[in-house]
Design a binder for this molecule. Sequence first.
Ligand code: NDP
Length: 448
Amino acid sequence: MDIMEAIKLRDPGEREFHQAVYEVLESVKPVLDRHPEYRRMKILERITEPERVIMFRVPWFDDQGEIHVNRGFRIQMNSAIGPYKGGLRFHPSVNLSILKFLAFEQTFKNALTTLPMGGGKGGSDFDPKGKSDNEVMRFCQSFMTELFRHIGPDTDVPAGDIGVGAREIGYLFGMYRRLSNQFSGVLTGKGLGWGGSLIRPEATGYGCVYFASEMLATQNQSIKGKTCLVSGAGNVAQHTVEKLIEMGARVVTLSDSSGYIYDEEGMDKDKLNFVKKLKNIRRGRIREYAENYPRSIYTPADPASGFNPLWNHKADCAFPSATQNEINGRDAQNLLVNGVKLIAEGSNMPSTPEAIAAFLSSGIQYAPGKASNAGGVAVSGLEMAQNSMRLRWPREEVDQRLRTIMKSIHKACLDAAEEYGKPGNYMVGANIAGFVKVVNAMLDQGLV
Ligand code: NDP
């Protein structure tokens, strides 16, 4: 039976996981043809099955003394090239399918960084939105009470993702340290005063812009003067905007799940600082941006419309930085009609298969998240290295290493695409380069 069919039969309903697997399997077909041993050793069957899946109950008290029960997960996908590594997501939509897709993508992304990290992902269907700090703390403590026995600096090193930022990592780390009686680099994205790395909060967004610059450089162009659409308003979006402003681009959009803002004048440092305070401290909604800057326009989200109007503005580049499947086929057509020539994904799997097909057939530059957003996990790898050595590198050094890593990922994608007859196809290149590295390690290590 065809492997894709077998996966769908075994795990029916895991739509996002099927989508992520399908994309990789399609890309690596020529590799399988060149390496018959991969099929003989049942590499596809093995690489699509997590090494371990942990699911657990997370009970907690709210501020009124009411008991709630959420579900916790950790997917330990593949540890052939290093300890499991990947973020924790707290969002009501979290389920096994979403975390398996993220862990699967993470495996190849981590391989691309050149650092020794396997792939994992975890989280909960807990929604931190609207919760008090004390409620979030009690939830994190309960979550870690179970998770702590499955992770460790040489086993599995979680980090943040949607809904898990500096506050949550602090509460999670505090509980881990208490339960394990160890101060170790078991989580990344830690506070700067207690083991965190400089540039880690910025790394995914900065890395994405560095990657986009490399893409533009192949066409003798630069970010300077480009009009950019950015979605989301969280960690990745904020630091993407920060680097874009620094490099002279004009950023005109940001969003959250309630709607988006369009600022024709473009954002500057002051406006970005307003967003950072709004989102990271006051935990408010992006609507307030338009209230504060009346020359910008706020449009509420309308999921029933079948398209996202954020992607329907004249621009040169787009940086989706919110969530999966946020660009559908119709959005992709709108982007193309509006003149967008480059897509660099900050979020994981933001483009549906129809959107990707539209980008690839139009010939614009398209970078999949597993390549362009790998800067975050790369600096997490650097945080792990600094923790092991018990020292901290200066900001410039981490930033320089991040740039070098993004450059080398960019080259690895182009080289692999070229080698397999798809020059300039970053998606095929990223999938092949990540896949080959992980698979060769698996083969070297026997049937485990
Ligand atoms: P944050 O929680 O900091 O921000 C997420 C942003 O996206 C928020 O503005 C949120 O709005 C919006 N959003 C989330 N879900 C939805 C949805 N279903 N519909 C519309 N908007 C939504 O997360 P991050 O910035 O860390 O992560 C963003 C993306 O980047 C994710 O895909 C993540 O997997 C990916 N990523 C993150 C990395 C990191 O280092 N943090 C590394 C690599 C990838 P609202 O507040 O209304 O929910």
